[in-house]
Design a protein around this ligand. Structure first.
Ligand SMILES: *Cc1c(COP(=O)(O)O)cnc(C)c1O
Length: 359
């Protein structure tokens, strides 16, 4: 069934094979890969060698952490790698399409353009929910890939689980549920559904709650058939050894991770209630992630003011349904205080200006 969805060239592919793939003992003399026999001084042991192309140790550690089988896990150079690979494996350029639910994460559309794949759009409603009837109409055009971002970036909300499952069940193509922010609301994960639906891919990442954006470690979970394809198409050494080693260190720190998630959620709630008190704020949208989408009376002035104070936030006002909206990441308590102080100063400035002009 998955094979019918694949591009014919991918179905026919003979993957790259290294000499070490062909040897399964413990070798003591490695003269097969044109590596250096030793690293330069002060560099870590083993950095002179190519990494394990299947990343088995990290996949097993993630399997234990997530309670799934290692055969159902792909480790990528960020989850963005998995997004691009899915296009390359399943979408014939200039022929196939992909479906997204805007406003949402921009990379789905960028990767569609790069791969010359048409993008179908089913806009979210005013509550940022998927419109089921519109989604079904778009699914009738048989998109090869459908991307549901859950929680959604930039809106921060989740979709009802029955809506997600209905789309997975009714799609004739692959449905990708991007759970980049799921660590902040794990009860909403659809990960266990990979054992029920062969066309489901769940994306997660170590870039957000695990605090490893610089290491570039993304995860895809799916049926063995899909994972095998991704592993055959990816670059053989897509994830560097230092990143893999740091990822193993990170995911062993489950207590510190839980503490970070808990404090971020508390900081988010505090930031949301403080922002809601400011007259320049029209609305703070509810969020289950580590950011808030905030509607301002004049987002352009707010954005420029924050920049002048050295505070960078994400202007989302050009996105559908996001007119006047800025996305703000929940920072440390000190950073959040700095942000709130800047807002309070701006508030006073704007309101005293208004009074002078009124008089
Ligand atoms: C941040 C983010 C990612 C993470 O991408 P990586 O390549 O793993 O760093 C994926 N999807 C969404 C929606 C995001 O916001």
């Amino acid at each position: 069934m998955i094979s019918e969805l694949l591009r014919p060239n991918i179905l026919r592919l003979t993957p790259y094979s290294s000499a070490r793939d062909e040897f399964s003992g413990s070798a003591s003399v490695l003269l097969d890969a044109n590596e250096s026999h030793s690293p330069l001084p002060s560099l870590p042991n083993g950095i002179n060698r190519y990494p394990n192309p299947r990343n088995e140790e990290l996949r097993q550690a993630i399997a234990n952490l997530k309670n799934v089988d290692a055969a159902n896990i792909f480790v990528g150079n960020g989850s963005d790698e998995a997004v691009d690979l899915l296009y390359r494996c399943f979408c014939n350029p200039q022929k196939d399409s992909a479906l997204v639910f805007p406003p949402t994460y921009g990379m789905y559309g960028v990767c569609a353009s790069i791969n010359d794949v048409a993008l179908l759009e089913s806009p979210l409603n005013e509550q940022f929910e998927i419109s089921q009837s519109d989604a079904l109409e778009k699914l009738a055009q048989n998109p090869k890939l459908t991307f549901i971002c859950n929680p959604n970036n930039p809106t921060g909300n989740v979709q009802a689980p029955e809506v997600i499952e209905d789309i997975i069940a009714k799609s004739k193509g692959i449905v990708v549920v991007d759970e980049a922010y799921i660590d902040f609301c794990p009860q909403h994960s659809v990960l266990p559904l990979i054992y029920r639906y062969k066309n489901l891919v769940v994306l997660q990442t170590l870039s957000k709650a695990w605090g490893m954006a610089g290491a570039r470690i993304g995860l895809a979970f799916a049926s063995k058939e899909i994972i095998n394809v991704l592993n055959n198409v990816k670059f053989p050494y897509n994830v560097g050894k230092p990143s893999t080693e740091l990822a193993l260190q990170a995911i062993s720190q489950t207590d510190a991770f839980a503490e970070f998630v808990k404090s971020t959620v508390a900081q988010r709630q505090n930031l949301a209630s403080e922002l809601a008190l400011l007259p320049i704020v029209e609305r703070v949208y509810p969020s289950l992630a580590n950011f808030l989408l905030v509607n301002f009376t004049n987002s352009h002035i707010v954005y420029k003011y924050l920049l002048s104070k050295g505070i960078v936030v994400r202007d989302r006002s050009s996105q559908p349904l996001c007119n006047g909206c800025i996305r703000i990441t929940v920072g440390s308590s000190t950073e959040n205080e700095q942000l709130l102080t800047a807002f309070r100063v701006l508030n006073t400035q704007l309101y005293s200006n208004e009074k002078t002009t009124d008089n």
